[in-house]
Design a protein around this ligand. Structure first.
Ligand SMILES: [Zn+2]
Length: 274
């Protein structure tokens, strides 16, 4: 009996609980590990869903911004096109149609190759720049501040009281007021004349000449290149003059023309380029 008991509790049987305990421990560890992995997978899946949502949100924001950008660009192109049209109208009014024709039009792509809005914008800007370059050589605006006291055309001469042709306009302003060139050009004549007093004459491109008379002083030299808006002298009362003013003339291919149209055009251009 004692030997049977001894066999029953012999060592292979003693191993059984140990192995069982070990395997149970392994299974528990594996199950725990599996549980942890599953938890991680669920968390990662949630993160993926969140990221996908965020991506969709960002994409819709990008789409919205792109739409807004296109709208802004279309507006800018429209505005620039409007300005370009007004500019061409202004140039035609000033007899500069040949430059308008030469510089052409920026098409929307109808009847020609399609142009993207960015391309249209670039071309319109370039065209506008060319128009402005032409306009730099056209006498625009007033040569000085002040009011017009006498217009172009026939009038009663302030000295002889007889009907006489006034080839320019008179601008009354404070003595010493700066007088500016109304366009880019070259000073081709200056000096003193009994009628005009101290004067400056500037030759411009496109057949224009401007005359500034009754100055108290000029600060340019003969042959000097001047820019539109550059001070050439100061308002005075020299020559046949009844008070401080500038006699301003524009000649086009040798003939005096009414400067008023050009003064108004200068105002329109300033408005256009604001
Ligand atoms: Zn005059």
């Amino acid at each position: 009996m004692s030997t049977e008991r001894g066999k029953l509790f012999s060592w292979p049987w003693l191993l059984f609980p140990v192995v069982t305990a070990f395997l149970t421990a392994v299974v528990i560890i594996l199950l725990w590990h599996n549980y942890q992995l599953n938890k991680k997978i669920v968390s990662l899946e949630q993160q993926i869903i969140a990221l996908e949502l965020r991506e969709r949100e960002l994409q819709s924001q990008i789409d919205q911004l792109e739409k807004e950008k296109q709208e802004l660009l279309q507006n800018a192109v429209g505005l620039l096109r409007q300005k370009s049209t007004l500019m061409r109208k202004l140039m035609r009014e000033l007899g500069l149609s040949r430059y308008v024709r030469r510089l052409g039009k920026v098409t929307k792509g109808q009847g020609g190759p399609y142009l993207a809005p960015t391309e249209q914008y670039k071309l319109l800007l370039e065209r506008m720049d060319k128009y402005l370059k032409v306009m730099k050589h056209v006498p625009l605006g007033k040569p000085c501040r002040g009011y017009i006291s006498s217009y172009y055309g026939f009038r009663k001469d302030p000295f002889t009281k007889k009907r006489a042709f006034h080839a320019g306009i008179d601008i009354v302003g404070p003595y010493g007021e700066p007088v500016r060139a109304t366009a880019d050009g070259i000073v081709y004549r200056l000096g003193y004349q009994r009628g005009l007093g101290r004067y400056v004459k500037i030759r411009h491109k496109h057949g224009y000449i401007t005359v500034y008379g009754h100055l108290c002083k000029y600060i340019v030299r003969r042959g000097e290149r001047v820019k539109q808006g550059q001070i050439i002298g100061y308002l005075g009362n020299t020559g046949r003059s009844t008070g401080p003013h500038v006699h301003y003339e524009i000649r086009y291919w040798g003939r005096p023309i009414n400067p008023l149209k050009y003064i108004r055009a200068g105002r329109k251009l300033a408005h256009l380029t604001q």
